[in-house]
Design a binder for this molecule. Structure first.
Ligand code: C2E
Ligand code: MG
Ligand code: MG
Ligand code: MG
Length: 285
């Protein structure tokens, strides 16, 4: 409610606004302690090789299990963590946890890769390259197993970024551009950065039953990636029709609710057999 006062200005009487503000402040306070209180966990969403018809890795996706409010999604707290200067610490935890888990899977006979999301602030973090190197050493994970996903950001210095990414590639890590096609500078990123993978944003995939433009765009992105020798991953694959379409376009990898939602490490292994059956029924014929 906004009510006009005697001088014609609006005053807010809605306690909802104050409540929302207080909630946000509390959440920010809690976030400062979440790492040392062990409140984060990673879920892993399987990535499927559409030609081989099997799970070849996963994307690590962070969750915050708040002691009072339950599961909070990264869409809510990652931007907060960036603003509060907490993303470096959280990002390091994600990297360590994902690499250790993947090493463990490798040792158990699952030859998985892992994709880890980097926030723009981590990319300008001074020690990022040495950090990644030491995390890989500590986890004893071959660098070739790790993909780092970056996103387009306004105002990024592509020259500085390319040097940092180059150093990461020299370690053996590969770089993936996430949510491709949604930014305004996508082609410059392709041109200037040492990338090995491109993830087509899910908005193009999920819409494609209804929108001829999306179909054309996905075809174009896959063709472009093939031309540039980049691996392509389709995100947001939810239906069998999506898979058929992606196979037609020669898209290499797929990720989405059709195959599996992001799962805890334990659940992923428990469900692997079921997921593989699902793949053989939808992808292989
Ligand atoms: P993203 O990296 O583009 O991740 C894909 C998001 O799409 C995930 O949401 C995933 O759960 C969701 N998704 C996967 N398949 C489907 C599908 O078939 N349909 C639909 N509707 N959604 C699908 P989530 O886990 O909520 O993550 C949201 C975003 O938060 C991520 O987008 C990423 O940008 C960010 N994020 C997640 N984990 C981390 C992290 O550890 N570090 C950083 N910096 N960012 C993270
Ligand atoms: Mg991602
Ligand atoms: Mg994405
Ligand atoms: Mg995203």
């Amino acid at each position: 409610y906004a009510k006009k006062n005697s001088r014609g200005k609006y005053e807010f009487y809605n306690p909802g606004i104050l409540n929302a503000l207080r909630k946000r402040l509390e959440l920010e306070m809690d976030l400062r302690h979440a790492v040392k209180r062990n409140e984060f966990t990673l879920h892993y969403q399987p990535q499927i090789d559409l030609k081989a018809g099997r799970v070849v890795g996963s994307e690590a996706l962070i969750r915050w299990i708040h002691p009072v409010r339950g599961v909070i999604s990264p869409g809510v707290f990652i931007p907060m963590a960036e603003e509060l200067g907490l993303i470096e610490e959280i990002g390091e935890w994600v990297l360590r946890t994902a690499c250790r888990q993947t090493k463990q899977w490798n040792e158990q006979g699952y030859p998985f890769n892992v994709s880890v999301n980097l926030s723009p602030r981590q990319l300008v973090q001074e020690n990022l390259v040495t950090l990644v190197q030491s995390v890989l050493l500590d986890a004893d994970l071959p660098a070739e197993r790790l993909q780092l996903e970056i996103t387009e950001t306004a105002g990024a210095d592509l020259f500085v970024m390319s040097q940092k990414l180059q150093a990461l590639e020299e370690l053996g890590v590969s770089i993936s551009i996430d949510d491709f096609g949604t930014g305004y500078n996508s082609l410059n990123y392709l041109k200037q950065l040492p990338l090995s993978q491109l993830k087509i944003d899910q908005s193009f995939i999920r819409g494609n039953r209804h929108d001829q433009h999306d179909v054309a765009l996905v075809r174009m992105i896959v063709a472009l990636a093939n031309e540039l020798d980049l691996q392509v991953v389709a995100e947001g694959v939810e239906t069998v029709e999506h898979v058929q379409f992606l196979k037609q376009t020669n898209c290499a990898l797929a990720q989405g609710y059709l195959f599996a939602r992001p799962l805890t490490a334990e659940r992923l292994i428990e469900q692997l057999e079921t997921i593989n059956v699902q793949i053989s029924e939808t992808v292989m014929p």
